[in-house]
Design a protein around this ligand. Structure first.
Ligand code: TRP
Length: 344
């Protein structure tokens, strides 16, 4: 098999080392559910392996047609990741559209996949079932995602459980391409493994449902002041009076406390719940202080980064350079194998 060229982002020359690839939606301000659901693991993984993380602005176009919003959200995510200690020396962080070859590969892949495979897509079907008319971009979303992953020779993809279907299509496309175009003993694309990030606690939102932007129940990682306070104070609880003993394990406030408090502090607060004389108002005050503390450094770093847009741009540009270096030989090979004539 032709090994893809190692790049500056390479952690090791061994070709059986996993290459981590993940796309990040530029969907506005990140919240605690994003952080404890995926970002924390992203940040952990990027230091251990060769890794390519990109902000998927092409994917976002399937639902966003406001250019200002797309631009802003793209930079916002970059700021968020850098503030949360993503280290650009350790792995490449870049904007998807800085590697436009990914759309070229998408086109090539589209011709290998029967449309019936995409008609079963969850996001697409949901829209159709809701009576909406999905655009062709949404229909082909999983093909672009497959190109995203395979163009970097990605073999390990850290994603939430909701992405299983898309990774299945990616695996399918890798096989189809290899079978159609590659000599039998020289497949071009590795078959990637999903690394499903579902061993994490479900993070409740302020209404007690899973925290999600679409439910409007989020607490932002970078919320502060009255905004943060109002959200924490409005977390739904039962109506047990202050004096009465309470069960921490069935309380939304405590579920959040568990994510941001050290072990000792958690135990102490759980005991106060059980003892009584500790009201939900107290618990919320404690949670507020704990959240402020947990993200204090990230908040300060984000403020500092906001003052240095050129630095953020440089990081993204450097990441894109690494990504393009990686992509070039793979795309040359793809064009060659598929019979796309290039005269320049
Ligand atoms: N579909 C993914 C999501 O909604 C984002 C994504 C795009 C992605 N391209 C990717 C994830 C490639 C992993 C690998 O979260």
């Amino acid at each position: 098999m032709e090994a893809p060229n190692p790049t500056a982002a390479a952690k090791s020359d061994a070709s059986d080392e996993p290459v981590v690839v993940s796309g990040i939606q530029p969907s506005g301000r990140l919240h605690l559910g994003n952080y404890f659901g995926a970002i924390r693991q992203h940040i952990d993984l990027h230091e251990q392996h060769e890794a390519y993380y990109f902000i998927v602005n092409y994917h976002a176009m399937t639902t966003v047609d406001d250019p200002e919003r797309l631009r802003e959200h793209t930079f916002d995510v970059a700021l968020d990741y850098l503030a949360l200690d993503f280290d650009p020396e350790e792995a490449a962080l870049f904007v998807q559209s800085d590697v436009p070859e990914v759309t070229e590969l998408t086109w090539i892949f589209m011709n290998l996949l029967p449309t019936s495979r995409l008609e079963k897509g969850v996001a697409y079907k949901d829209k159709v079932d809701a009576g909406l008319t999905p655009n062709a971009g949404l229909f082909n979303y999983p093909v672009l995602q497959a190109a995203d992953i395979l163009i970097y020779g990605g073999s390990l993809v850290p994603v939430g459980a909701d992405q299983k279907q898309n990774i299945e299509i990616t695996r399918d496309l890798a096989r189809r391409f290899n079978n159609t175009y590659c000599p039998e003993d020289e497949p071009l694309f590795p078959i990637p493994d999903p690394h499903i990030l579902d061993d994490v606690a479900v993070v409740p939102g302020i209404d007690g449902q899973k925290m999600s932007k679409s439910y409007g129940n989020t607490i932002g990682i970078f919320d502060e002041g009255d905004e943060l306070k109002d959200k924490v104070m409005s977390i739904v609880t039962d109506s047990k009076p202050l004096d009465e003993p309470k069960d921490p394990e069935s309380c939304n406030v405590f579920s959040l406390i568990k994510l941001v408090a050290e072990e000792e502090k958690q135990k102490q607060i759980a005991q106060q719940y059980r003892d009584g004389g500790y009201g939900y108002g107290h618990a919320k005050q404690d949670l507020l202080a704990l959240i402020q503390d947990y993200f204090a450094e990230a908040r300060a770093k984000r403020k500092e980064l906001e003052q240095r847009p050129d630095y953020v741009r440089d990081v993204l540009r450097h990441g894109a350079e690494q990504a393009r270096e990686r992509v070039e030989p793979i795309m040359e090979r793809v064009r060659d194998l598929t019979g796309l004539v290039r005269t320049r």
